[in-house]
Ligand binder design. Structure first.
Ligand code: C2E
Ligand code: MG
Ligand code: MG
Length: 254
């Protein structure tokens, strides 16, 4: 896989899909998560769960990550040009990228190159950051936050969570992992956990996204718990960039 991945950027085999993040109480679109896709002529469609870890092991993540970040900046520019402002795009960032000196400066420079405001980009990190070079990661995140990027903790509750780190990484948002949303209607313990996460996030001034919402039952529980934002197939699957504008226009609040 790594042999094919080396050429993926040059061969234009990568693309980005965009999944809407919705305001649960109003049903309007509040954000978009960029999700990478790889289509290779021999391997076919390879899921990011598979190829991102290969990219991390081989060091290709830096090149692929930069490609993805540029793609997101281009997309924000396209949206701005069609009069769409104020909808953030989130980018998933690997711990390897965050551990690299100069990562923040490179993001700042690329956003500037495309004339995109850092405030329109959210960086999604995962709980694995607490197992990495925390000093360097915090330096990068601080530099990004200073310019106006926001930071979200992805897959919250699945990894090595340390509550102290919510503060250390200066988060703006928590994304509750899909495993807590699956079967929410019939699982009393999950309901209590999700309620507790939402209450904790509220008292820390963090907004909350529930990931992987697939049905109305889950949504009505999340609504009654006061969850701010939701993402999942119930609202929309990840969309090709050509379909994004239509979705936004249909679900934006203006
Ligand atoms: P993630 O960041 O937690 O993204 C959410 C994943 O859940 C996506 O899978 C999305 O398609 C899927 N999903 C969203 N709603 C639903 C739902 O209602 N039901 C179900 N069954 N699935 C749903 P995807 O696109 O396969 O991405 C998997 C993971 O790969 C991502 O998880 C993220 O950790 C990583 N990834 C994706 N793109 C990138 C990227 O550009 N860079 C990095 N470093 N990682 C990426
Ligand atoms: Mg994510
Ligand atoms: Mg997630």
């Amino acid at each position: 896989m790594s042999n094919f991945l080396v050429e993926a950027v040059e061969n234009r085999e990568l693309s980005m899909c965009y999944q809407p993040i919705m305001d649960i109480s109003s049903g309007t679109i509040k954000g978009i998560e960029a999700l990478m896709r790889w289509n290779n002529s021999i391997l076919g469609e390879v899921r990011p769960d598979k190829f991102i870890s290969v990219a991390e092991k081989t060091g290709l993540i830096y090149k692929i990550g930069e490609w993805g970040f540029r793609e997101v900046c281009k997309q924000i520019k396209v949206l701005n040009m069609t009069g769409i402002h104020g909808i953030q795009i989130s980018v998933n960032v690997s711990i390897k990228q965050l551990e690299k000196e100069g990562f923040a400066e490179s993001c700042i420079q690329i956003a500037d190159e495309y004339g995109v405001s850092p405030a329109s980009i959210e960086i999604e990190i995962t709980e694995s950051v607490s197992m990495g070079n925390v000093d360097q990661i915090v330096r990068n995140l601080k530099a990004l936050k200073l310019k106006g990027f926001t930071v979200a903790m992805d897959d919250f509750g699945t990894g090595f969570s340390s509550l102290g780190q919510l503060d250390l990484f200066e988060l703006d948002k928590l994304k509750i992992d899909k495993i807590f949303i699956d079967g929410l209607e019939s699982d009393f313990r999950k309901q209590n956990l999700v309620k507790a996460i939402i209450a904790m996030a509220g008292s820390l001034n963090l907004s909350v996204v529930a990931e992987g919402i697939e049905d109305e039952g889950q949504l009505s529980f999340l609504k009654s718990f006061g969850c701010d934002l939701g993402q999942g197939y119930l609202f929309s699957k990840p969309l090709r960039k050509e379909k994004l504008e239509d979705f936004i226009l249909k679900y934006c609040s203006q």
